[in-house]
Design a protein around this ligand. Structure first.
Ligand SMILES: [Zn+2]
Length: 255
């Protein structure tokens, strides 16, 4: 049976997500930004929390863990490289590991850059990827602990997933990301169309995610740093993709 998803905003602009396996009743929270918001989503769905799958150690992804663990005795799964900085971890995971949520299965993909131990969870059979603060819709996370080269490699790993993969990210940043992306690729028609669609979603107070990876590949400048027209558009024709990515990321930091 396919996974069921419940997406909700919490804190200022974080997304919380529940992934539910109807076959077994298991439910995983992807990160735990805020216990109360996760509890409200559990109450509204009638689901029982069995697992928390953590993408990285930042407080706005982990602050709810202790309280949820105390109440639900759920399993906490976290990246091995960051386990010491995440509360109540039961199981650590690395690249290539598989995690079961009831009968659902996720592959662990290491995506260092935003933090050094950041991971994504790819539920391949369900065509879902939970990418934390590595990839955002039309954007990417700040390169806080790693290097631009490392972040570019991580983004290309996510880009290699199937085009119909639905991407769930950690924040609602899409409107600002689109404004920036149009400064990099003003003539990108797919981006113009996505901007109009996102504006409608935001006006109607709808989330702008999930978005398919195929759509992101057409519109997200951070996934397009190896395209000649993107490099040429910012005056870096012929430069290595990682350098083009670093320049786009640097411009976004100042935007
Ligand atoms: Zn973060």
């Amino acid at each position: 049976m396919p996974a069921e998803i419940r997406l909700f905003l919490c804190l200022k602009d974080n997304y919380g997500v529940l992934v539910h396996d109807p076959a077994s009743g298991a439910t995983a929270a992807i990160d735990a930004p805020e216990a109360a918001a996760v509890e409200a989503a559990l109450a509204a769905s009638g689901w029982r929390l069995t697992d928390i799958l953590v993408t990285h150690h930042h407080a706005d992804h982990t602050d709810g863990i202790r309280e949820l663990k105390r109440k639900h005795q759920c399993r906490v799964v976290a990246p091995a490289a960051e386990a010491a900085r995440i509360p109540d971890v039961d199981q650590t995971v690395r690249e290539g590991d598989k995690i079961a949520v009831g009968t659902l299965s996720a592959n662990v993909i290491e995506t260092p850059g935003h933090t050094l131990g950041h991971i994504a969870y790819w539920f391949h059979a369900d065509r879902l990827a939970f990418v934390g603060d590595t990839l955002f819709s039309i954007g990417c996370g700040r390169v806080i602990e790693g290097t631009p080269e490392m972040m570019w490699r991580s983004l290309t790993k996510l880009r290699d997933l199937p085009d119909d993969t639905e991407i769930y990210c950690g924040h609602e940043y899409t409107a600002a990301n689109i404004r920036f992306a149009r400064t990099i690729e003003p003539d990108n028609k797919a981006l113009t169309a996505r901007a109009a669609a996102a504006e409608r979603q935001i006006t109607q107070q709808q989330p702008t995610i999930p978005v398919t990876l195929g759509e992101e590949k057409k519109t997200n400048p951070f996934l397009r740093a190896d395209r000649p027209e993107v490099a040429a558009g910012i005056g870096m024709a012929g430069q290595p993709a990682a350098a083009v990515f670093a320049e786009i990321r640097a411009r976004k930091n100042k935007f």
